[in-house]
Design a protein around this ligand. Sequence first.
Ligand code: GLP
Length: 250
Amino acid sequence: MCNNIMQIIKADNYRQLAILGANIIADQVKNKPNSILGLATGSSPVGIYEKLVELYQKEHLDFSQVQTVNLDEYCSLSPSNPQSYHYFMEQHLFRHLNIQKENTHIPNGLEADPQKACDDYNQLLESLGSVDLQLLGIGHNGHIGFNEPGEEFTNQTHCVDLSPITIAANARFFEDESLVPRKAYTMGIKSILHAEKILLIAAGEDKAEILKKALQGPITPQVPASILQLHKQVIVLCDQGAYSKLEESL
Ligand code: GLP
């Protein structure tokens, strides 16, 4: 019954992590040009996106048939707001590639009716089918996407109240902590687990403790990323700092 594969790759530093991560995504796109990629925001994937842009520019990695679905978006931020995840994806990736705008999908932060925003995204995910490769970062409290620690794992796209720890961590992207939206739309755990393959990235010593809990601790909704232990194919790509507390037996 238990035939899940978790592969842990330790990069020497963030630069190497970025190259390895971009190569994994590039191989996916080369092997299946119409791949559905699940994409993430935050600072961890930035270097990977830079390398993917390089691969597009120097080696003509072709994104013309690729579809993307992003994990999450802040409620109430418009795509033109520099702190929105729409803006982030445009700046760091989409505008540099030959990806078709209509093939990129992100929850609609401006939809005021949370039920509709979530239903629309769930419908979209269902119509696309399985994500081939899902890129994930990890929050300091173990969140994936914006699935915050809680009493249970939440299945599908939903509207979350961001936890104080997430608001504080993400305040660095805003002028002031008071400007960080208190709510976000996020893909649910079940939708994330539906991906064929997951690439979890973690960089820096400040992620070491939570990475250990997620990969080697009990599976609990208090550490949302711990559910990845049940997924059939996870690649964990981390730098030395994030790796530092993992037990070697893995
Ligand atoms: C945000 C995003 C997550 C991301 C997390 C970690 O909260 N919603 O998808 O994984 O931040 O971000 P960072 O990589 O900046 O530590």
